[in-house]
Design a protein around this ligand. Structure first.
Ligand SMILES: *[C@@H]1O[C@H](CO)[C@@H](O)[C@H](O)[C@H]1NC(C)=O
Ligand SMILES: *[C@@H]1O[C@H](CO)[C@@H](O)[C@H](O)[C@H]1NC(C)=O
Ligand SMILES: *[C@@H]1O[C@H](CO)[C@@H](O)[C@H](O)[C@H]1NC(C)=O
Length: 250
């Protein structure tokens, strides 16, 4: 017995050491609903990976929920509005719907137009990449802020209500003619110069348009179109925790 105690000690120190490491590198994304109405966050893991928090849940006004992505996780988080789900979680949303279900299925993102928080969580000491994107349009105000991280940890987001300033032919209306979302110029007009496709498929040939500039002016810290200026749209931070706040100004 005494012969193995050194080995046992080594074994237990290994468990303690790995336990400590995973605690230190664990990222927490806290989702906060500051809106006066419920929001149903939807989550999509890239490459059809396992969904976090079952892919979606309801957040009452004032409620918060922690999401803990593993190192290397890449995916999107958005807010669904105007949802109606039955007890089994079947139903639909006015915006951001992910296939008529509370828990977004593997590989199914939010219906556009939708404001997106996008993450690639760093691995092995590499920084995280994160942004708020209006490339797929806008449906809700969102702030994305860091806590505790090191580096150039800037806040991303879209604090302005783009529903109000949305041009007529980009508006999405509910049954009572309220504006509930704003389509991207690409989705509304399907032109290559707005979608950065065809001859416009690179940074050099797809400059900002009057319509993408309208999104950028309202939300300067969000991606307004596919080749937006990275310095003001895509951010990095190492070893951070994050907060996503819906209706940050409410
Ligand atoms: C992130 O939050 C978790 C849980 O609150 C905490 O244990 C961890 O230390 C935080 N990370 C950093 C880098 O502060
Ligand atoms: C934009 O949509 C949100 C959420 O659906 C709604 O609360 C808000 O009143 C809308 N804004 C306008 C100007 O219609
Ligand atoms: C990047 O953006 C920040 C904040 O807007 C600004 O201070 C900085 O000068 C920019 N850097 C470059 C290289 O454009």
């Amino acid at each position: 017995m005494a012969r193995f105690s050194g080995l046992h000690l080594l074994f237990f120190s290994f468990i303690i050491a790995t336990g400590t490491i995973s605690l230190v590198s664990g990222t927490v994304i806290t989702i906060v609903n500051s809106c006066s109405f419920p929001v149903w966050p939807g989550l999509l893991t890239g490459d059809k990976g396992a969904q976090l928090n079952d892919g979606g849940f309801e957040l009452a006004p004032g409620a918060t929920m922690d999401v803990t992505p593993p190192a290397g996780w890449s995916g999107r988080i958005w807010g669904r509005t105007g949802c109606n789900f039955d007890a089994s979680g079947t139903g639909s949303c006015l915006t951001g719907d992910c296939g008529n279900t509370l828990k977004c299925p593997v590989g199914v993102g939010g219906a556009t137009p939708v404001t997106l928080a996008e993450f690639t969580i760093g691995k092995d000491g590499r920084p995280d990449n994160y942004d708020v994107s209006l490339v797929d349009g806008y449906n809700i105000q969102m702030a994305l802020t860091t806590r505790d991280g090191t580096g150039d940890c800037r806040s991303g987001g879209c604090d302005s209500d783009l529903n109000g300033s949305c041009p007529n032919d980009q508006r999405v209306l509910d049954g009572a003619n309220n504006v509930v979302a704003c389509k991207s110029a690409c989705e509304a007009f399907k032109k290559p110069e707005y979608c950065c496709t065809g001859a416009f498929d690179k940074l050099e040939t797809c400059p900002p348009t009057d319509l993408s500039k309208m999104f950028k002016a309202a939300c300067p810290r969000a991606y307004s179109y596919a080749y937006d200026d990275k310095n003001t749209s895509l951010f990095t931070c190492t070893n951070a925790n994050y907060s996503i706040v819906f209706c940050p100004k409410a």
